[in-house]
Design a protein around this ligand. Structure first.
Ligand SMILES: Cc1cc2nc3c(=O)[nH]c(=O)nc-3n(C[C@H](O)[C@H](O)[C@H](O)COP(=O)(O)OP(=O)(O)OC[C@H]3O[C@@H](n4cnc5c(N)ncnc54)[C@H](O)[C@@H]3O)c2cc1C
Length: 431
């Protein structure tokens, strides 16, 4: 069957790409291996570099309905209750970058992207369809998929992760497609990357991310938040921010396994093919929290006790991109985490997939160029920016989790330079 552009993966990157393409008047087919979307129990921060693009895509009103608008970012030592540094996210910040800083529940964000994609009407979304093989040819890409062939009328919005694909892929009917181009937006464990860039490696890190959301009204007043708060401790940090118009609080704690790392990792095995919401064994989690929060302020300790359920995610990383050739080869290109896995220490992974999507659609509109040249234009425009963000995320990991003298130097820098360290025009002002 002949197709135009095929996008593998309907995560934030794939949905963004289909919206951006649709708005430029290009149709696309999106393959998603899950039967339903399964973004659960966590929030996401979106800087003005992302929200500026979302506004151009007509999502301003939807963001107003679902998101929260934090007033400031405050950074604390984990054992103190007065902040080291603040960045005001109010009117001046918004005017400076032409767009706001928002925080939103992942499920809400995925739903609003999905609805926008439907409203534009240029996408053929095929849930329950996994890309399993590809051949990058001169005239396009031969793609093999295994598909459950769900009814197109069936809505993929829902929160029942038990419905997600569990069947052995080989048992599903096979289908062949021929695409003019293939975009691998299939996440950190990308099959497209594995098949087309077999030498690119991702690696497990000692970092675990524990995540939770809680209705603010269930928390004591002093623990409720209207801004983004970052608490820095040795080998750990914790970020808290409002979601769902401020009614809920999102908490993410990134901790390096301080004890038998391999044991901890096995306990939270998040095999690459699984959803990222893994239930962690309660004993391992309690032990990890006890060690990581030793010396933390009583407020921080109290918040951890107030939260009932956490999910855990083992973090993966990859070396920063070294050139456009790692994002584009012939008629195949990568986008989002598939192209540039990164640690979440800059809160920009989804942001980069939105920027990628915007660029891809603009490059695809160069009708004077061949499909391969259009993809190359996209890769040339994106690889260096993505590499810079990947590098900065790694640097932040060592700064955020510093201990001893290094932590002292960091704290002094934050206290003296304050806003000048937290504001990042190179990141937020990118166009
Ligand atoms: C703890 C944590 C906190 C974060 N916080 C932030 C933040 O605040 N701000 C931010 O911008 N980013 C943040 N990120 C990063 C962000 O979550 C990711 O960068 C983003 O989700 C990547 O989107 P994606 O579409 O590229 O990949 P994914 O969201 O992984 O989507 C990939 C999709 O492809 C599908 N798929 C996989 N294989 C196949 C196949 N073979 N065929 C068909 N479909 C397939 C999957 O089912 C999935 O739906 C954070 C990440 C973590 C771990």
């Amino acid at each position: 069957m002949r197709q135009g552009m095929v996008i593998a993966g309907a995560g934030m990157g794939g949905l963004s790409a289909s919206i951006a393409m649709g708005l430029e008047g290009h149709s696309s087919t999106v393959l998603e291996r899950r039967d339903v979307f399964a973004e659960l129990g966590a929030g996401i921060q979106l800087g003005p570099n992302s929200t500026r693009i979302l506004h151009q895509w007509g999502l301003s009103e939807a963001l107003k309905t679902y998101a929260a608008w934090p007033e400031q970012i405050e950074v604390f030592r984990f054992d103190q209750t007065s902040s080291l540094a603040k960045l005001d996210l109010g009117v001046n910040f918004k005017d400076r970058y032409g767009a706001p800083y928002v925080t939103i529940h992942r499920a809400d964000f995925q739903a609003l992207l999905y609805k926008r994609m439907l409203a534009i009407g240029q996408t053929d979304l095929r849930m329950g369809s996994s890309l399993v093989d590809l051949k990058n040819q001169n005239d396009g890409v031969d793609i093999e998929i295994r598909t459950r062939a769900l009814s197109p009328a069936q809505s993929p919005l829902g929160s029942d992760t038990t419905q997600r694909a569990k069947t052995d892929l080989d048992a599903l009917p096979m289908m062949q497609l021929h695409a003019s181009a293939l975009i691998g937006a299939d996440g950190v464990s990308s099959e497209v990357r594995r098949l087309e860039w077999p030498h690119r490696r991702i690696h497990a890190t000692p970092h675990l991310a524990y995540r939770a959301t809680v209705p603010q009204k269930l928390l004591p007043l002093k623990l409720r938040q209207s801004g983004v708060r970052v608490f820095l401790g040795p080998q750990m940090h914790c970020v808290q921010y409002p979601i769902r118009c401020g009614e809920w609080l999102n908490i993410v704690a990134l901790m390096e396994a301080p004890f038998d790392a391999e044991h901890a990792m096995n306990e939270v095995q998040a095999p690459l093919q699984q959803a990222w919401t893994e239930k962690v064994s309660l004993d391992v989690m309690r032990e990890h929290f006890r060690l990581a929060l030793k010396g933390a302020s009583s407020d921080l300790q109290e918040l951890f006790k107030a939260v009932g359920e956490w999910s855990a995610w083992r973090l993966f990383d990859a070396n920063p991109l070294t050139g456009a050739h790692q994002m584009v080869q012939g008629r195949v290109a990568l986008l989002g985490d598939a192209a540039h896995p990164m640690l979440p220490f800059l809160a920009q992974g989804a942001g980069m997939s939105i920027e990628d999507a915007d660029r891809l659609a603009k490059a695809w509109s160069h009708q004077d160029l061949s499909p391969g040249q259009r993809l190359q234009t996209y890769g040339n425009a994106r690889w260096l920016r993505n590499a810079r963000v990947q590098k900065r995320a790694r640097t932040n990991a060592s700064i955020f989790h510093a201990s001893g003298v290094m932590a002292g130097i960091r704290d002094l820098g934050l206290a003296v330079l304050g806003e000048r360290l937290l504001d990042m025009p190179w990141l937020y002002g990118h166009r």
